[in-house]
Write a protein that binds this ligand. Structure first.
Ligand SMILES: CC(C)(COP(=O)(O)OP(=O)(O)OC[C@H]1O[C@@H](n2cnc3c(N)ncnc32)[C@H](O)[C@@H]1OP(=O)(O)O)[C@@H](O)C(=O)NCCC(=O)NCCS
Length: 178
């Protein structure tokens, strides 16, 4: 008999928004240190505009999808996907905009399950391909995406977050089975 998972994934509601953003911040602080500057990470707070943006995405259920992973009453992960933000890409392309698993829960299948839910939701909403951006130097996360069917598509970008941070784009076809 297979043991039941100690966590579940469900669609996010407006009541989840603050916990959702808190998982994002704690994961950034724990996992991006050494790649993103300490000054930037130590200054991360829950900004009102991000909370509002998250609310807007949750309310747009036709084009977007937001999921949370919970273990009992604890929020342990979150993911968000919507239409691609890069206007040079076609509108039938979706984008995974956020995927974070709390450090205490990484490596137990939560990220794979969240990413699977996001790609399925994008496919159900009519998107035929998906992209996502991740940190160029975050080898563990790049390996995770490569293990879950994503491929580096050659696009790169930089952000100045109190120091230059390099990003790389991954893509996957949604017309083939997951
Ligand atoms: C990246 C992240 C979402 C992955 O979630 P996770 O719950 O730790 O990953 P999972 O346990 O679901 O792993 C899924 C698969 O990827 C593989 N994998 C995970 N991390 C890996 C790594 N570092 N190297 C190789 N494979 C890896 C696992 O072996 C697993 O394969 P399997 O299902 O065949 O056993 C999570 O670790 C995280 O939040 N990291 C920090 C934040 C981040 O980088 N987010 C992405 C921003 S774009």
């Amino acid at each position: 008999m297979t043991a039941a998972r100690p966590w579940t994934i469900r669609t996010a509601t407006l009541d989840d928004v603050e916990a959702f953003e808190a998982v994002r911040i704690s994961t950034w602080k724990a996992c991006f240190r050494g790649i993103v500057s300490d000054e930037f990470l130590d200054g991360l707070r829950l900004p009102r505009h991000r909370i509002q943006r998250c609310r807007d995405v949750i309310e747009d259920s036709e084009g977007s999808a937001v999921f949370v992973a919970c273990a009992g009453d604890r929020f342990i992960g979150m993911g968000m996907a919507e239409q691609v933000s890069d206007a040079s890409l076609e509108s039938h392309i979706g984008e995974v905009r956020a995927l974070y698993v709390h450090p205490d829960w990484q490596g137990r299948g939560v990220g794979r399950a969240l990413l699977g839910a996001l790609t399925m939701a994008l496919r159900d909403r009519g998107y035929r391909a998906a992209v996502l951006w991740t940190l160029r130097d975050l080898t563990s996360t790049r390996r995770f995406y490569e293990a879950t069917g994503w491929t580096f598509d050659g696009a790169e970008d930089t952000h100045d977050w109190h120091g230059l941070v390099h990003l790389v784009r991954y893509a996957r076809d949604l017309t083939e089975s997951a």
